[in-house]
Design a protein around this ligand. Structure first.
Ligand code: PLP
Ligand code: TYF
Length: 394
């Protein structure tokens, strides 16, 4: 039976990890997979996470099953982190999931249970896993234009035109902040225009919030999501704790379904718990407990926020240094977008040949669409990258 299986194309981003490791060159630079790294190339465990784990080790007395939809303290803390004072617990269903990816998958399953004819509108480009999951599920994907290859900003008029075609029963997938892979984001005024289109069409937004705290700050990065939540009656939010808590391998995420009345919330909550049960029964506990412990303790929370701010500020400084270096080398401001983009990624706008040349000649690894992970840089490698970009003819 299993011999009938067909080979699967590997994830291009994850494949880069192996390729980079196999490269024997000394000065190679890894700007591939989206994992935060400090100046030494290490992905540290955050201080508050270590402290929360220490407390858990001291206090936990059982490993019996916990909540099928997650623990209420985690659901509540995540709801407040994402929605702030706008959280309405009586109409918000919440589910602990296997990372942000699990939240996206369960959101799509939930939407398809509610509408078997579901179509999903996704930005062109988007995180490749979005499209891959939808293709695997057999859910039709419609792309909307998003990235302006000339300015490397958002092609907002085109985006508005394309998402206007989404109808009631369709889902429009939006990146809450720190767009992956481009780094180009909507302004708050543009979020308001998107909300007006969704109001008019009745389509349901699914907001993928994987980088809250990595762009302009915890509150700022949630502002678009909060605006949509304040205006649209039904909103799905798939949040990841992998990046902002640095707990990638613990697989921690959460799906929120904002409903317009308590009866619908009960239906959604029941369907979401059912989806967990059908997929893996109970969601992972450890990472969710770490997150709840941090968010519900003033001291740990303050320390976590301070460290997250250091991480965010460090990436912003790297962006500015790279943009400055390139301005000096290019003699123009055409790479100024690198300082405007937010989050871990920027799409450089290099051709596949130029990306290949940077890898072969300079040992610089980025994703084939010229997405680079800013956190993979440090003060010493910025000039190396800048020279490679110019020499490759970008
Ligand atoms: N969504 C986006 C846009 C991402 O970049 C990621 C990356 O890791 C995820 C969701 C899911 O993350 P995870 O499943 O590791 O929590
Ligand atoms: O885009 C990235 O690099 C991160 C990590 O299948 C990632 O989101 C990449 C691919 C994948 C899972 C996670």
């Amino acid at each position: 039976m299993l011999g009938n299986l067909k080979p699967q194309a590997p994830d291009k981003i994850l494949a880069l990890i192996g390729e980079f490791r196999a490269d024997p060159r000394q000065g190679k630079i890894d700007l591939g997979v989206g994992v935060y790294k400090d100046a030494t190339g290490h992905t540290p465990i955050m201080r508050a996470v270590l402290e929360a784990e220490k407390r858990m080790l001291e206090n936990e007395t059982t490993k019996t099953y916990a909540g099928l939809a997650g623990e209420p303290e985690f659901q509540r803390a995540m709801g407040e982190l994402i929605l702030g004072a706008g959280l309405k617990p009586e109409t918000t269903a919440a589910l602990a999931t296997v990372g942000g990816t699990g939240a996206i998958r369960q959101a799509l399953e939930l939407a398809r249970m509610a509408n078997p004819e579901l179509r999903v509108f996704v930005s062109d480009p988007t995180w490749p896993n979005h499209v891959s999951i939808m293709n695997f599920m057999g859910v039709p994907v419609v792309t909307y234009r998003y990235f302006d290859a000339e300015t490397r900003g958002v092609a907002f008029d085109a985006m508005k035109q394309d998402i206007s075609a989404a109808k009631k029963g369709d889902v429009v997938l939006l990146h809450g902040c720190c767009h992956n892979p481009t780094g180009a984001n909507l302004t708050l005024d543009q979020w308001a225009e998107v909300a007006s289109i969704l109001e008019k069409t009745g389509a349901t937004p699914l907001i993928d919030l994987a980088y809250q705290g990595f762009g302009d700050g915890l509150e700022e990065d949630a502002a678009g999501t909060r605006l949509i939540a304040s205006r649209i009656p039904e909103v799905l939010i798939a949040a990841s704790c992998s990046k902002n808590f640095g707990i990638y391998r613990e697989r921690t995420g959460c799906l929120l379904a904002l409903c317009d009345n308590p009866a619908t919330k009960e239906l959604a909550q029941g369907a979401m718990a059912f989806l967990n049960r059908q997929t893996y029964s109970f969601p992972p506990f450890h990472g969710a407990k770490v997150v709840a412990t941090i968010l519900n303790d003033a001291g740990l929370r303050a320390d976590w926020q301070a460290e997250l701010e250091e991480v965010r500020g460090g990436m912003l400084r790297l962006r500015e240094q790279l943009a400055t270096e390139l301005r000096d080398l290019a003699g123009s401001d055409r790479f100024g977008f690198l300082a405007e983009h937010r989050g871990m990624f920027s799409r450089l706008g290099a051709s596949p040949e130029q990306v290949a040349r940077m890898k072969e000649e300079f040992g610089i690894y980025m994703v084939g669409d010229s997405r680079l992970n800013i956190a993979g840089l440090n003060e010493a490698t910025i000039p190396v990258l800048a020279r490679a970009i110019i020499e490759a003819g970008v």
